[in-house]
Ligand binder design. Structure first.
Ligand code: P6P
Length: 337
């Protein structure tokens, strides 16, 4: 019989016995995220054809221009996830405050944190962008949901993943039992298992960093980046530089091929001394995904998953990718060579 591929729901059922996450409620949560991503993917794929590009004229909590697709993706996720019946609240990179599921809608004890369309500055030039999500359970089911349910250690995540909108639309996620990739088959509208149990090589061949910021880095950060441009690397040759400027795209390539992505702290913007990326909706979910694929993620000092968030939109330096490369970069950034 023709191999028809393994759907996400089937994959969860197959691993039911291994994963405490494989409950019907989690499956429903993931399927609502998938439905939202299919809607977003449809709009992303036709963005060049309709007047949905350009700016909305508004500025979001991050102080970045909000593009129409950003707003569409954010609204689609909030609308659908409010009705999933398994969440009590959510937080979006686009919204200053947490979003509670209204009392007139069915609720559950899951907490969802997401970046609806990361890399959105690339929208108008047709470069890969993505949706990143992180899932927690409430601290105490018996209490009303509050900000404390969001300010958690990355290690408390019960699941994390991203959708990548590119030549194909992909879903990559983990529930703590490995990292798995699924590719959308538009002919049947299903995400089918394409990258089971992804493992990142111990060392890579490329480094990803915006070197225009080098004059704003501290000396140890500069030394860490110079290492990957030297013949001191484990390869005996410099790494290639690969930087798309879209975290999900840069991360995905490095996770599959090996490599290191760095967004270090810099003094470029006094309002963002800890760098540009957000802990809760970018660094923590990507760190969970990367560790489950055998890689590593630090803030240049400590493991990302060992950091407890102190505010909803807290920013954090991110050094992530092949374990050997991240450990080397982190060691140099700590002045240990
Ligand atoms: P820079 C996109 O805006 C984003 O948040 C990430 O997707 C990406 O890795 C980073 O910013 C790029 O930032 O400063 O290099 O343009």
């Amino acid at each position: 019989m023709e191999q028809l591929g393994i759907t996400v729901t089937e994959h969860i059922l197959i691993h039911q016995k291994e994963s405490p996450m494989a409950t019907g409620r989690f499956t429903r949560l993931l399927n609502e995220l998938i439905f939202s991503a299919k809607i977003i993917s449809r709009e992303v794929n036709k963005a060049g054809l309709v007047d949905i590009l350009g700016l909305t004229g508004e500025v979001n909590v991050q102080g970045e221009n909000v593009r129409k697709l950003d707003e569409f993706a954010n609204n689609a996720l909030i609308y659908r996830m409010k009705r999933a019946g398994v969440l009590c609240a959510m937080s979006s990179e686009e919204n200053a405050e947490i979003i509670r599921v209204p009392d007139n809608m069915p609720k559950g004890n899951y907490i969802l944190i997401f970046d609806p369309l990361d890399g959105s500055s690339n929208i108008d030039v047709n470069v890969n962008i993505g949706t990143i999500f992180s899932i927690h359970r409430m601290v105490d089911d018996g209490e009303d949901v509050s900000l404390q349910d969001f300010l958690r250690y990355g290690s408390e995540q019960v699941a994390a993943g991203y959708f990548l909108y590119g030549p194909s639309t992909m879903l990559v996620y983990t529930t703590g039992k490995g990292t798995h990739g699924f590719t959308l088959d538009p002919s049947v509208g299903e995400f089918l298992l394409s990258h089971p149990d992804i493992k990142t090589p111990e060392h890579g061949k490329c480094y990803s960093v915006n070197e225009s910021n080098c004059s704003y880095w501290d000396e140890n950060t500069r030394r860490a980046v110079e290492y990957f441009k030297s013949s001191e690397t484990h390869r005996g040759t410099p790494y290639s530089t690969r930087y798309i400027g879209s975290l999900v795209a840069d991360f995905h390539r490095n996770m599959l091929y090996g490599g290191i992505f760095m967004y270090p702290a810099d003094s470029k913007d006094p309002s963002k001394p800890r760098g540009k990326l957000r802990l809760l909706c970018e660094a923590a979910p990507m760190a969970f995904i990367q560790e489950q694929a055998g890689g590593a993620a630090t803030d240049g000092k400590q493991r990302i998953l060992d950091i407890k968030a102190s505010s909803l939109h807290e920013r954090i330096p991110l050094i992530i990718g092949s374990r050997g490369d991240v450990e080397k970069a982190t060691s140099i950034m700590q002045g240990k060579g």
